[in-house]
Design a protein around this ligand. Structure first.
Ligand SMILES: [Zn+2]
Length: 267
């Protein structure tokens, strides 16, 4: 390993607590053998109980009665799964899309929102709003705050390899994270979002080269199963389709990135 490579780090910016492992777990474990790896997860908290029908359904599906307990469990799982591979985890604490409320509403609407919570939430219905791919204007403050926080993390590392999701599936949290990362770190490498990619196939990204990683399936299954509060719902019977991990790297990429890819593909 050259002196330069030994100072290289990899940062995976994951929208939710499991996305990075689902889509890039195989690459994460391989990179962790070569360089320090950190998974930074953005939407890791809920500010209180689930209010809308969609949020309540999400918590109930995971067999939790309190949303706060559900997210605390998800944070524990993330630390445990990634920690066991020597991967550092950082949870940024932004609220999940289903919990974000519209700011500065008139008092009458806030009162009405206590009866019909959908009226005061930015993304009131999962299928219609969360999976719309349209990041609402009401998220503009979050966008600025996230950009500042991520820029600070990236700058603290010496030229890190930065990864994030492509946003396949059009989940607004995924789209927002991609947009912010691309803005502050144009060299960001995108991963194809699994399991969304099972339905929405993505074969190319303009101006980017596709890299395929075949994970160690036994290891990857174990990693995904470690997210116990989610895994069973996503994959009944824990039958996980063996889909290779797909990454999209800028065609005119920094040579350092290519060196790392060569090493990973060899390993
Ligand atoms: Zn996600």
């Amino acid at each position: 390993m050259t002196a330069e490579k030994s100072t290289q780090t990899a940062i995976f910016v994951s929208p939710h607590l499991d996305d990075a492992v689902l889509s890039a777990g195989g690459l994460i474990t391989r990179l962790a053998k070569i360089i320090p790896v950190e998974v930074v997860t953005v939407f890791t908290q809920v500010p209180g109980p689930a209010k809308t029908a969609s949020a309540k359904r999400f918590v109930k599906l995971a067999k939790f009665s309190r949303a706060e307990d559900f997210f605390a469990q998800r944070r524990r799982e993330d630390k445990q799964v990634l920690g066991s591979f020597g991967v550092n985890t950082r949870h940024l604490g932004y609220p999940d899309a289903l919990w974000r409320q519209k700011p500065d509403l008139p008092r009458w609407l806030n009162r009405l929102g206590k009866i019909v919570p959908e009226l005061t939430h930015i993304y009131p219905i999962y299928d219609l709003f969360v999976l719309s791919g349209r990041v609402a204007n009401e998220d503009s403050e979050l966008r600025i705050s996230l950009a500042e926080k991520l820029a600070e993390i990236f700058e603290r590392n010496s030229k890190p390899l930065v990864f994030t999701c492509a946003g396949v599936g059009r989940h607004v949290d995924h789209c927002l994270v991609r947009q912010v990362c691309e803005k502050i770190w144009p060299e960001v490498i995108l991963w194809s979002d699994f399991p969304y990619s099972l339905i929405h196939t993505q074969t190319r990204e303009p101006g980017r080269k596709r890299m395929i990683i075949k994970p160690d399936w036994k290891l990857k299954r174990k990693m995904i199963a470690g997210y116990t509060s989610q895994a069973g719902n996503m994959f009944p019977g824990l039958i996980i389709p063996k889909v290779n991990e797909k990454f999209f790297v800028k065609t005119k990429s920094d040579l350092r990135q290519l060196d790392i890819w060569r090493e990973v593909l060899r390993g």
